[in-house]
Design a protein around this ligand. Structure first.
Ligand code: UT7
Length: 328
């Protein structure tokens, strides 16, 4: 049955308990708390224990979202997992989450790096509206610490682990409604942020591992500029698609990569900084999980409330970027 109005029926998140502070990092690489705070806004991040996989964090976030939605795992018709740090190449992490939460439905992953959560929301919104599936569980999880070169100060200080999830379905009476979605990508910029080896282009070898090619590599300042431009444009486009203006936004929930990026995006679209949700000081950049965790937090700590116009926006490797406008 075609659905005119799709909403978020439940939200959940899970952060591993272990905290790694900037001062802890000072003992690992040549960095300082002062550099990290002034250049990024990050104070600390969560790191999963050895042996904890992305699907472990994601399954816990999924259970919390199901509980919030008051739905059983067997009432879910599709699972989509957004991750940059899957448990393994295959099977899809979504299948491993399905097993852990004891759901019985199709499951697949979306690979859109840090934009994965709003990418998955865009895809799910379309599938539910078309009547293909009724209840979709979107889970964004990362154990990105497994792919960090702890000798590279330009990347290892930036990221953290975590997971966020939501259940989407026909909007409930008085519930929130997805107004519009927007997805973008530009593969010409693929080399600026990547894990070069381990895939078919450079299969893992002793040499590739010795050269550290299985770790995240990033051209930070180039990525910075594109993040500001594309996230700004995505915010403008998604509110336009909703028939609204940037001034109507009550809460902007951007991908939490760098406080300077968040401020520059707000400037670019002319939105007061107080309307921008920030939690990167506590979690760093959790890649795909970043906007999912922030949305769950904002919904439970009063940053968004009934009637708020909420806009999620993200940017990541690919390049990819995406936005979602929700009337809460
Ligand atoms: O999630 C996907 C999207 N990712 C992002 O959006 C991240 C985008 N990029 C950024 O957030 C910033 O570019 C960074 C935080 C990664 C870097 O900040 P920056 O202001 O662009 O610094 P930079 O790369 O230009 O480096 C400035 C200096 C360099 O030293 P020299 O060459 O000027 O002597 C770096 O070697 O800072 C040095 N540096 C550090 N110093 C202390 C780089 N990392 C560190 C560090 N501690 N951790």
């Amino acid at each position: 049955m075609i659905q005119e109005r799709v909403g978020i029926l439940g939200l959940g998140s899970y952060l591993p308990p272990k905290i790694l502070t900037n001062h802890d990092l000072e003992k690992i690489v040549d960095t300082t708390d002062e550099w990290i705070q002034t250049r990024t806004g990050i104070r600390e991040r969560r790191i999963a224990e050895k042996g904890t996989a992305t699907s472990d964090l994601a399954a816990e976030a999924a259970r919390r979202a199901l509980n919030d939605a008051k739905l059983e795992p067997t009432e879910i018709d599709l699972i989509i997992c957004a991750t940059t740090s899957p448990d393994m190449f295959f099977p899809a992490t979504a299948c491993l989450i399905q097993r852990k939460i004891e759901a019985k439905c199709p499951a697949f992953d979306i690979s859109a790096a840090c934009s994965g959560f709003p990418y998955a929301l865009g895809v799910s919104n379309g599938l539910i509206r078309a009547g293909t599936y009724r209840h979709i569980l979107v889970v964004a999880g990362e154990v990105i610490s497994a792919f960090l070169n702890w000798k590279d100060r330009s990347t290892c200080v930036l990221f953290g682990d975590g997971a966020g999830a939501c259940v989407l379905g026909p909007a409930r009476p008085n519930g929130n409604v997805i107004l519009s979605t927007f997805l973008g990508s530009d593969g010409t910029q693929a080399d600026l942020l990547k894990i070069p080896a381990g895939g078919s282009a450079i299969p893992p070898t002793k040499e590739s591992i010795e050269s550290g090619l299985h770790y995240i590599q990033m051209e930070g300042s180039e990525v910075f500029k594109s993040a500001v431009r594309t996230m700004g444009d995505a915010v403008i486009e998604v509110v336009k698609r909703a028939g609204l203006n940037v001034e109507d936004i009550d809460c902007l929930i951007p991908h939490q990569a760098n406080l300077r990026i968040l401020n520059a995006v707000a400037d670019r679209v002319n939105l007061p900084a107080e309307k921008v949700y920030v939690n990167l000081d506590r979690y760093g950049n959790m890649s795909a999980a970043s906007t999912a965790v922030a949305l769950d937090e904002a919904a439970s700590n009063g940053a968004i409330h009934k009637g708020s116009l909420v806009v999620l926006v993200a940017f990541g490797s690919g390049f990819t970027w995406a936005a979602t406008a929700i009337r809460w």
